[in-house]
Design a protein around this ligand. Structure first.
Ligand SMILES: NC(=O)c1ccc[n+]([C@@H]2O[C@H](COP(=O)([O-])OP(=O)(O)OC[C@H]3O[C@@H](n4cnc5c(N)ncnc54)[C@H](O)[C@@H]3O)[C@@H](O)[C@H]2O)c1
Length: 252
């Protein structure tokens, strides 16, 4: 069905070098988009190279999203290989810090909020201005089950992801009438590097799995359909939504 076709579209995926971001960058390429992946380590460059070897137009860009003042420059660098046009922004990069609330360090709080919320807002703003000029676009933010729940030992992450869900709605309210759909994906428990500690903790891991009706952890492959849907014309009347991709976890 060509309503999902992204041929000729341009996309930026933050944290696109591994995990869920890489799965989504790959999916956008497969649907026809030209993609720039931003990552904090050099591995984003080799991840993009692998996609190019498969015939896709993908570029890697190393940059640190926690440096708020540098974000306009990083954004300009990201859209350059795309000819300055941006149709799709996927705010996927995120970090996690774990500690009991009473011991949680303010530095960890700030590190998490900076990448998971402040950079998301700033990139939405930079992309939004461009998309308003262009007459439209798609913004896809990464929320979480912790946009709904408080979790344990992850106060900064829960606060940041609750913020991402609300920010998505706030931006949608102002921009949906001007051609920009702003939505969020809330992944359930996905087997990626970010969850290494949870997966290693046998008790927690068993408890989590026991609550997932699908009977398995999610994978980067599970993100492909939703990201192409939200990036394409198929979702033109969907905005301000936070869509769970969780194997049924929330419903239990
Ligand atoms: N894995 C899960 O179960 C899960 C569940 C819900 C939401 N999420 C969210 O999905 C997104 C991706 O998660 P993942 O599991 O693939 O994580 P991951 O740890 O595997 O990857 C995170 C990516 O973010 C990038 N990144 C982190 N800090 C950065 C910085 N300062 N500058 C530039 N890039 C930076 C890293 O380079 C990496 O590519 C995150 O926003 C995460 O919060 C994940």
């Amino acid at each position: 069905m060509n309503i999902f076709d992204l041929t000729g579209k341009t996309a930026v995926v933050t944290g696109g070098g591994r995990g869920l971001g890489l799965g989504m960058a790959r999916a956008l390429c497969e649907a026809g988009a030209r993609v720039v992946m931003i990552g904090s380590s050099k591995s984003v460059l080799s991840a993009a190279e692998k996609l190019r070897a498969r015939g896709f137009e993908a570029y890697g860009l190393q940059g640190d999203l926690s440096r708020t003042e540098k974000l306009p420059e990083l954004f300009a660098q990201a859209v350059e290989p795309l000819g300055g046009r941006l149709d799709i922004l996927v705010n996927n990069a995120g970090v996690q810090r774990r500690n009991k609330c009473e011991d949680f360090l303010i530095n960890d709080w700030e590190a998490v909020l900076q990448v998971n919320l402040t950079a998301v807002f700033r990139l939405c703003q930079l992309a939004g201005r461009k998309m308003l000029e262009q007459g439209g676009g798609k913004i896809i933010n990464l929320a979480s089950m912790l946009s709904y729940f408080g979790g344990y030992t992850v106060p900064a992450y829960a606060a940041s992801k609750g913020g991402v869900a609300q920010l998505t709605k706030a931006l949608s309210n102002e921009w949906a009438g001007r051609g920009i759909q702003v939505n969020a994906i809330a992944p359930g428990y996905m087997a990626t590097d970010m969850n290494e500690a949870l997966i290693r903790d046998e008790g927690r891991s068993r408890e989590i799995l026991g609550r997932i009706p699908a009977g398995r952890w999610g994978t980067p492959e599970d993100m492909k359909g939703i990201v192409v849907f939200l990036a394409s014309g198929a979702s033109d009347y969907i905005s301000g939504a936070v869509i769970p991709v969780d194997g049924g976890y929330l419903g239990k």
